[in-house]
Ligand binder design. Structure first.
Ligand code: URP
Ligand code: ZN
Ligand code: ZN
Length: 450
């Protein structure tokens, strides 16, 4: 099953590559045969937005590349794209080396990066040019998090000009940082310190403004842009209007926005902190809009923005002040199963839309196609033999992520990878990691020159 084709056939993998697809292939004598009758075979899934090594809000995200890649593989994700998020003080090249060093030799699945542009000056620009040469063909900018990762308008303009020149796409967190800061200060001054206030510090118009801001700069520079973690109708409309008028803009949404909503972050006894991320979980009515966008193609990708912070020791930092709760709802392990269960099985998306939005489109947008994101001779043998009859429940007691909670605790899933391969070797089987830590490769990418 690919983004465009559906057929019954055998797939021969030799070494790390798919070499033949045909009916009744006689297996070579030394071949391991994986029986896939009654199952789907999907291309390995790609998560285009994860954080693993992440210094953020006074702490560090919990996963290592070993724990995160194990979780990814068990859940059917064979490639992830991590955000390199340096502080403004760090040199971009040193940050690239740092992030690469953390992943290489530790990740069990393949990986690449979006290079975070958190400062733009002539010295940094030289590094960005060299980093693109090293195979990182996408940037990441934050219009939020002023004083941490956020860039000024001048820096945004110069980043997009460089991206246009180099032919790379720029991914962007779109929220207006000044409005967030003003609303946070107002809420705290009114004594509104609880988790439910997170939403009101970043309402939909804050995200819409961010999306309109980014697309105006994209129009001015002609650079292609990609809006990460789009949560609401207003921001999606802003992106769609820009696209309709010729701006090259693509949209990502997250599994969390499809299945969780504003009320989760309002749970009592600080439980709501488990559901604090930015942009915030929205009113439930947005979920239909996002599903519709995934169906009709106005949303290109379904990611996780995986950013794990323990409930007991880390989310706790914001018990008295919601602005101090480390932002993030991890779901790297569960994205594919949840999307299959509540998307495909509930009839909200078809199998091709499922494969395209969870794998193929990310491969195309970020210069990985056709090595990744499809099943064809010559492609990497990253395959997910998927059991649509599996029934189970998500739990922190059984998950692989290095985290003391799971915001989908108790949620039922109706499908699971039976066998997952990475470049021809089995890395996960029926919920268990059987791969090799450190086998994951850094995927060098060429600029896509949209
Ligand atoms: O809440 C979020 N999204 N945390 C991770 C950092 C980011 O903004 O992507
Ligand atoms: Zn973000
Ligand atoms: Zn993120």
């Amino acid at each position: 099953m690919t983004g465009s084709e559906r057929y019954v056939a055998d797939i021969l993998c030799e070494g790390e590559t798919i070499t033949r697809i045909d009916k009744n292939i006689a297996p070579p004598a030394d071949a391991e045969v994986v029986e896939a009758a009654g199952k789907y075979v999907f291309p390995g899934f790609i998560d285009p937005h994860v954080h693993i090594y992440l210094p953020f809000m006074g702490t560090f995200a919990k996963d290592t590349h070993a724990t995160a890649s194990r979780a990814a593989l068990v859940g059917g994700t064979t490639t992830f794209i991590e955000m390199i998020c340096p502080s403004r003080a760090e040199k971009p090249m040193e940050a690239f080396e740092l992030w690469l060093g953390k992943a290489q030799g530790q990740s069990a699945c393949d990986f690449t990066f979006h290079m975070g542009v958190t400062r733009f000056d002539p010295e940094a620009e030289k590094d960005f040019r060299a980093i693109v040469q090293r195979g990182v063909a996408s940037f990441k900018v934050f219009l939020a998090y002023k004083g941490a990762f956020g860039v000024s308008d001048e820096e945004l303009y110069r980043t997009l000009r460089l991206a246009k020149e180099l032919g790379v796409i720029t991914t962007a967190h779109c929220e207006n940082a000044d409005l967030v800061a003003a609303l946070q200060a107002k809420l705290l001054a009114e004594g509104k310190t609880g988790t439910e206030s997170h939403y009101w510090s970043r309402p939909p118009f804050v995200e819409e403004l961010g999306a309109r801001h980014l697309t105006a700069f994209a129009r001015a520079t002609g650079a292609p842009v990609y809006i990460v973690h789009t949560s609401c109708e207003e921001a999606l409309r802003a992106a769609s209007e820009a696209a309709a008028s010729g701006v090259r803009v693509w949209v990502e949404t997250l599994i969390q926005y499809l299945l969780c909503d504003q009320s989760d972050a309002e749970k009592p006894d600080f439980e709501g902190a488990k559901f604090v991320m930015s942009p915030p979980l929205r009113e439930k009515k947005n979920q239909d809009v996002l599903w519709h966008g995934l169906r009709n193609g106005t949303i290109a990708t379904l990611a996780t923005d995986h950013a794990p912070f323990d409930f007991k020791s880390q989310k706790e930092m914001g018990r008295e002040d919601f602005t101090k709760i480390p932002n993030g709802i991890p779901s790297l392990e569960d994205r594919v199963n949840l999307y299959f269960t509540y998307g495909v099985k509930r009839g909200r998306i078809d199998l091709h839309q499922f494969v395209n939005t969870a794998s193929t489109n990310a491969a195309r947008l970020f210069g990985l196609f056709p090595r990744k994101g499809t099943i064809q001779p010559g492609a990497d043998a990253d395959l997910v033999v998927y059991d649509p009859d599996y029934r189970g429940k998500i739990s922190a007691k059984t998950h692989q992520m290095n985290l003391d909670y799971n915001c989908f605790e108790g949620v039922e899933i109706g499908g699971r990878p039976h066998v997952v391969t990475v470049r021809g070797r089995i890395a996960a089987r029926d919920g268990k990691f059987v791969g090799e830590i450190g086998r994951g490769q850094f995927l060098r990418r060429q600029p896509t020159h949209f």
